[in-house]
Design a binder for this molecule. Structure first.
Ligand SMILES: NC(=O)C1=CN([C@@H]2O[C@H](COP(=O)(O)OP(=O)(O)OC[C@H]3O[C@@H](n4cnc5c(N)ncnc54)[C@H](OP(=O)(O)O)[C@@H]3O)[C@@H](O)[C@H]2O)C=CC1
Ligand SMILES: O=C1CO[C@H](CO)[C@@H](O)[C@@H]1O
Length: 369
């Protein structure tokens, strides 16, 4: 297959990032889009046409119409979190094809076993969109961590960022729609923990809550219940431990994510900026990602800039990672390479997030199966 025709389900903010990155692929084009709001779908159809450089996508009138579209080789699910599981069932039943599904894979704990059963023996690749692993500074940390640390003992992920953005329909203001902040936002970081530590979690302890964000807002008489800060500690089966620190009222920070890994030889860190479009112009150029290696002996931190290709920065909010994710998924659909972020990875990241939600709610440590 030389050209992969994509169908996009959901045409909001993140769909635009997917389309802009598919537009950069030599072997990809968006052929059909669907959103319940026609104007959103039409805007994405135009974006798929690259300002006249390619054909605009067809606007499907329903999910069924999208799944019946003749030119369709792969499907990207970019709808709100609580819809992912049901839409996966629809695709498998009506038009089994390769799927790239946005995180979180599911929000209701009961969906875990149902999805396992649904995809048993599924003949097409399914990839879960936890792309932070492809951010160039994160990828550099992953590649150099063993050498720099001599084997990681402790891993810390700090995310200090802006509050949740407004969404059409305000679906992201309530835990019932997102799975809870530690699922919705933090599944990316639990995925990184498993990947970097090369181990499975056994126990989760968390303290988290809603300190200030969205408390002044009301939707149909209800105040949002999503958390905006927390700490999560995860014990891993190989004796390593990881911690997440999340603060969502810290958009004044120079860097959005700071990840550090420490072992007997030393420490490696990466510093990752947030979306460039949020960096105030009066402060000059947006911060450049960095990796810092700090040996124990001889002491002397070594700092390296890890710049991201400006064309990729322009195509999204995630330091180029959406492009690298699509490049790999596109190759897999064309029969080259393997799925790197599997359904099992997506499910485990949600399971850790749900355990963290439960731990913070009850004040008890929660065992992860
Ligand atoms: N991997 C990453 O880094 C990121 C992932 N995401 C994920 O992407 C997904 C979308 O988020 P985002 O784009 O920010 O949210 P938006 O609200 O901006 O977009 C979601 C879109 O899906 C549409 N939608 C609602 N119901 C359906 C339906 N039944 N079928 C198809 N589309 C529907 C919404 O339309 P309407 O409300 O008008 O009905 C809306 O246009 C989420 O799962 C989110 O977690 C988001 C940001 C970053
Ligand atoms: O998964 C995500 C990653 O980045 C987004 C912001 O750019 C988040 O809000 C989103 O939920």
């Amino acid at each position: 297959m030389d050209m992969v025709n994509y169908g996009i389900i959901g045409c909001g903010m993140m769909a635009r990032e997917h389309i802009q990155n598919i537009n950069l692929l030599p072997h990809g084009r968006v052929s059909v889009v669907f959103d319940p709001v026609l104007e959103m779908a039409q805007n994405c159809a135009v974006l798929a046409g690259k300002g006249g450089a390619g054909p605009e996508a067809v606007v499907a009138g329903s999910l069924d119409d999208l799944l019946a579209h003749p030119e369709l080789d792969a499907i990207v699910i970019v709808s709100p979190n609580y819809l992912h599981a049901a839409q996966l069932h629809e695709i498998v039943a009506k038009r089994p094809l390769p799927i790239l599904c946005e995180k979180p894979l599911y929000t209701d704990p009961e969906d875990a076993a149902k999805l396992d059963a649904l995809f048993e023996g599924y003949p097409h690749p399914v990839w879960v969109a936890m792309e932070y692993r492809y951010m160039p500074p994160v990828a550099a940390l992953i590649e150099q961590a063993e050498q720099a640390t001599g084997g990681i003992s402790m891993l810390t992920v700090r995310e200090h960022r802006f509050p949740f953005l407004p969404k059409i329909g305000d679906w992201n203001r309530f835990n019932e729609n997102t799975g809870g902040t530690l699922v919705e936002k933090c599944c990316h970081f639990f995925d990184l923990m498993r990947l970097i530590l090369k181990a499975e979690p056994v126990r989760v302890m968390a303290s988290a809550g809603q300190a200030m964000n969205h408390l002044e807002e009301t939707y149909d008489g209800r105040t949002p219940d999503i958390w905006d800060n927390g700490y999560v500690i995860v014990d891993f089966e190989n004796g390593t431990r990881a911690m997440l620190e999340l603060c969502m009222f810290a958009e004044g920070s120079r860097y959005q994510e700071e990840i550090s890994a420490v072992g007997p030889k030393g420490k490696i860190e990466c510093l990752v900026p947030g979306p460039g479009r949020f960096w105030p112009a009066q402060l000059g150029p947006a911060p450049v990602p960095q990796v810092i290696i700090s040996p124990r002996a001889p002491q002397g931190p070594i700092t390296m800039d890890i710049p991201v290709d400006p064309a990729l920065l322009d195509a999204g909010d995630h330091n180029g990672s959406t492009f690298y994710q699509h490049q790999r998924f596109n190759a897999v659909v064309r029969g080259q390479g393997e799925v790197e972020v599997t359904l099992a990875d997506g499910a485990k990241a949600v399971a850790i997030g749900l355990a963290a939600q439960e731990s913070a709610r009850t004040g008890q440590a929660v065992t992860v199966q």
